[in-house]
Design a binder for this molecule. Structure first.
Ligand code: HEM
Length: 228
């Protein structure tokens, strides 16, 4: 076994993978939110459809998207393996020291939040992304292109006419927030990015991120249902 595979299968190696893939996913969420905020414009989906066409046809962004799918799976599988490892470590000793118990509790909560997010993602991708990938959406003209593009705005606007979808999205965004509340800080800790002078700043940015990003996503279905 090379030192690299040894590292990847060690506890610390697994945590580093969780942190790096997690940071990549957190960056994706910012870009995804900024793009989706185009849905709030009262322009019949012109800006959103233009943005969606660009994002799905630009070769660099397409390549990054493939890494994204791989990282989502890697993060999920690694998370479940770590959870099982922590559970076994806490279970092995009836008198496990309190930090092992705390770590086990936190990894169990993170795993449950992660499972809810994974289920959300499967439904979410099936609902919007897959329809687009299959080319199943009706064409629409946009000013930026001389050819019609897929009307991705349509399934999103239709979904958020349904109060059950709105509730489901808002609930899932609360869970995303809870996952990020611990995940942001923890990923920096694992990578050793921790200094008494900067820790309060990292924590504050983490908490602002964990509240602000899911709140921004939750605003979209609420806005489309109540305001549009
Ligand atoms: C109101 C909230 C959201 C809306 C309206 C929304 C909308 C969409 C739409 C229309 C697509 C297909 C077009 C595209 O690829 O960009 C998409 C893709 C995607 N969404 Fe969302 N999304 C929301 C929240 C989220 C959240 C919270 C996550 C992650 C936890 C997420 C993860 C993804 C992923 C991974 C893709 C595939 C991206 C790609 O192929 O590059 N979305 N979303």
């Amino acid at each position: 076994m090379s030192w690299f595979t040894k590292f990847l299968s060690s506890s610390i190696g697994q945590k580093v993978i969780m942190s790096l893939t997690g940071i990549f996913l957190m960056l994706f969420l910012i870009v995804h939110l900024l793009g989706n905020l185009q849905l709030l414009k009262d322009d019949g989906g012109e800006a959103f459809n233009t943005y969606a066409f660009f994002m799905t046809h630009n070769p660099v962004i397409k390549t990054i998207s493939y890494s994204l799918y791989a990282f989502i799976l890697w993060h999920a599988i690694q998370g479940i393996l770590l959870w099982r490892k922590n559970k076994a470590a806490a279970g092995n000793s009836r008198y496990a020291v309190s930090h092992i118990r705390t770590e086990e509790r936190s990894s169990r909560n993170m795993a449950w939040f992660g499972i809810v997010i994974f289920v959300f993602l499967v439904l979410h991708l099936w609902q919007f992304w897959l329809q687009m990938k299959l080319g199943a959406l009706p064409p629409v003209e946009v000013e930026a292109y001389s050819h019609p593009v897929q009307n991705l705005y349509l399934p999103v606007a239709e979904a958020f006419l349904n109060p059950l979808y709105v509730l489901f999205y808002v609930f899932c965004m609360v869970v995303v927030g809870l996952h990020l509340w611990h995940g942001f800080w923890s990923s920096f800790q694992t990578l050793g990015i921790n200094h008494p002078r900067y820790n309060p700043l990292i924590k504050t940015i983490g908490y602002l991120y964990a509240v602000g990003v899911p709140a921004g996503f939750a605003l979209i279905p609420l806005w489309m249902y109540f305001v549009r």
